[in-house]
Design a protein around this ligand. Sequence first.
Ligand SMILES: [Zn+2]
Length: 70
Amino acid sequence: MKFTKYVCPACRQKTGIDILYGYPSYETFEMAERGEVALGGCCIDLEGPERKCSACAHEWRIMRREVKLV
Ligand SMILES: [Zn+2]
């Protein structure tokens, strides 16, 4: 599994990481230890943030779950 860094909207640094929900695998745990992903907990929170900044701890949503109205 590869990870991507995102630009944090709060501090403008490329230190944003994905927040993963659900029960983490061993690999996911290792990635979280290295700060490559953040663990959001076992309960999938549809209203929760999807990304987190590892520098300033800001969390934000990326709107990908937004329902598109035709
Ligand atoms: Zn930040």
